[in-house]
Ligand binder design. Structure first.
Ligand SMILES: [Zn+2]
Length: 357
């Protein structure tokens, strides 16, 4: 990696990590921002908190959208609080994905499944249950590119999925350029709906060319202005408008005397809270099912994380619940039927702030 400046804990890269081009355009600045998983234990930790640039750059050589400020993995993963197995939706998604792969590749006991960035291994467990050997690799390798679908990122204004751990935001176009450099061909693509929507691409060393369905997606991206960057500039304008709209809504509710609290303390929520400047004056607390997060404070915005039972505290019943873990909104709203039954409402922030009765 080449770099043009360094300070403790962070390196600023000066070239594209796919094609090496050095003339890169800064599309959007979401920072300075703390690390999205750096929850704080007490108010005594607030003053010493570290903030890092969270800026998105576009490469016109290969169309990759990326962060150039790379935080040292030892700083980033000192305390890692995301536990894959805590959501029912994710567990079901893992099972379906494992079944697809077992059937597609006809996996047997002699095969080996390697999960890079395996977190707590809950995905691999699905393969072990079918008698297939597994190997999980963790931590810090999830610094490798996250193959989230830039189509969804852009169209649904999912800027909150941008944080320091996610260095690359692949479009199909940029992923194909990377494959070509590595001697790989994309032979199949699936659209999956977990984590706000992703593309799952199957790569092969033996195929000689990309599948027609993959080429079609590349053409769609060219037509949408992804390859030339204009689509990303529009995305940046959408993100700025989103901040204005969400802040206006919360300020209006606060001015009316309505109590708004959060649901979820996901890493993505911290990008949104920090960028929009939403702190405990607008959101007095948020709740989370992950017991490791309860009792902590969100990084940067210092919002207390409470147990989910706080939502039914008779003395402090909220009128509105802002769903920071919006990709699980359906599951959360179903679980919080009591909130709805007493007239409570939900706010789903992405793609645009929406009040659900
Ligand atoms: Zn590039």
């Amino acid at each position: 990696m080449s770099s043009d400046s360094e300070r403790p804990g962070i390196v600023h890269r000066s070239d594209c990590r796919v094609c090496g081009r050095t003339e890169l355009e800064r599309i959007l600045s979401l920072g300075p921002s703390p690390l999205a998983n750096a929850f704080l234990e007490s108010a005594g930790d607030f003053a010493g908190e570290a903030f890092f640039p969270l800026d998105l750059y576009f490469c016109s050589g290969c169309s990759l959208l990326q962060l150039l400020d790379v935080v040292n993995p030892e700083v980033m993963f000192r305390r890692y609080l995301y536990v894959t197995g805590t959501s029912t939706t994710v567990a079901e998604h893992n099972q379906r994905y494992a079944d697809t792969l077992c059937d597609l590749l006809d996996l047997a006991a002699t095969d080996l499944v390697v999960d890079i960035a395996s977190n707590n291994g809950s995905f691999l467990q699905c393969f072990r249950a079918r008698g297939v050997r597994t190997l999980g690799i963790e931590p810090a390798v999830n610094l490798a590119a996250r193959a989230s679908a830039a189509r969804d990122l852009l169209d649904r204004v999912e800027y909150d999925t941008i944080y320091h751990e996610h260095l690359s935001y692949f479009s199909v176009t940029s992923l194909l350029r990377l494959c070509e450099r590595a001697g790989l061909a994309a032979v199949r693509v699936d659209r999956v709906h977990v984590h706000g929507g992703s593309l799952r691409m199957y790569l092969s060393r033996s195929a000689v060319s990309h599948a027609p369905e993959v080429r079609d997606l590349e053409s769609e991206e060219r037509d949408a202005g992804v390859a030339a960057g204009e689509r990303y500039r529009q995305f940046a304008r959408d993100v700025e408008r989103h901040r204005t709209d969400l802040r206006a809504l919360l300020s209006q509710l606060s001015g009316n005397g309505s109590r708004v609290v959060g649901y979820g303390a996901p890493a993505k929520g911290n990008t949104l809270l920090n960028y929009c400047g939403i702190d405990s004056t607008l959101l007095p607390y948020t709740v989370d099912k992950n017991p490791l997060k309860v009792g902590l404070f969100t990084p940067g915005t210092h919002i207390p994380v409470r147990d989910v039972s706080a939502l039914s505290d008779q003395n402090l019943l909220p009128e509105y619940v802002l769903i920071l873990a919006w990709n699980f909104a359906e599951e959360i709203m179903a679980q919080q039927a009591a909130h709805r039954a007493r007239g409570g409402k939900f706010i789903i922030p992405i793609p645009e702030p929406q009040v659900v009765r």
